[in-house]
Design a protein around this ligand. Sequence first.
Ligand SMILES: C[S@@+](CC[C@H](N)C(=O)[O-])C[C@H]1O[C@@H](n2cnc3c(N)ncnc32)[C@H](O)[C@@H]1O
Length: 247
Amino acid sequence: MNNKTEQHWPADAAEHVRLAQERFPGSNYLEWLIWLHQAVKPKSYVEIGVESGKSLQFAQSFTKAIGIDPAFQVIYSQEAWVKLFKMPSDDFFIQYDLKEVLGEKSVDLAFIDGLHTFDQTLKDFINIEHYSNSKTIVAIHDTFPVIPITASRERKTGFWLGDTWKIVLILKKFRPDLKIATLPTFPSGLTLVTGLNRKSDLLFDKLEMILAQWMEVELEPYMADLEAHLNAVENDYLTISKLLKLK
Ligand SMILES: C[S@@+](CC[C@H](N)C(=O)[O-])C[C@H]1O[C@@H](n2cnc3c(N)ncnc32)[C@H](O)[C@@H]1O
């Protein structure tokens, strides 16, 4: 790890870090974001959940980037053309037209790393898809739990994924037209979604039903075969290049 991808953890996260390092060898999620920016060369990038700007810093100078977070405190210098919005993502999408804010027709790359609940992540995905094109890539963080308690809906641990993992199962079930692959990458997985359709309103129309159906679903029954449920792939650049059809 170089100093741009070095991470600091809450004191009670030691056990999670140890197990996740064993389970997820290879590139971590920040190294994957660097790679995605370099391989995809997005003209437009949206990041939901900015915090210190550590992940946002990887957007390159030719990219127009938008960061949305109600409580960001950016300490990393940014290379890209960046506009920051200090508000929850739902408020942003109610108040702004992303195309106008970006000055672009659509979003090429998005990183969803805001509030770690499946319902918020699903709403963020629906909002991003509304501005997608046929090649848009959405990366969703915190989808691969290693210790179940870190994946509980209510935060009980310093290191917390929430129930974000449910988004993968929901998208697989309700949108079989999407291509979904989860990278087993330290510390908590990264799911890549492609094949978006800006005209699809299926998720929006079924939102209330999906939230009611999935709110009480527990992780436990899925743990034994989690890789298969999450469409886990190799943590490997060649695999993902082929999957994303990048040269
Ligand atoms: C894990 S941090 C993001 C880390 C950052 N992406 C990185 O990798 O360096 C999650 C952030 O999401 C923000 N957040 C929480 N609820 C949000 C919401 N509804 N919309 C957007 N951001 C939200 C929090 O304020 C927090 O800064």
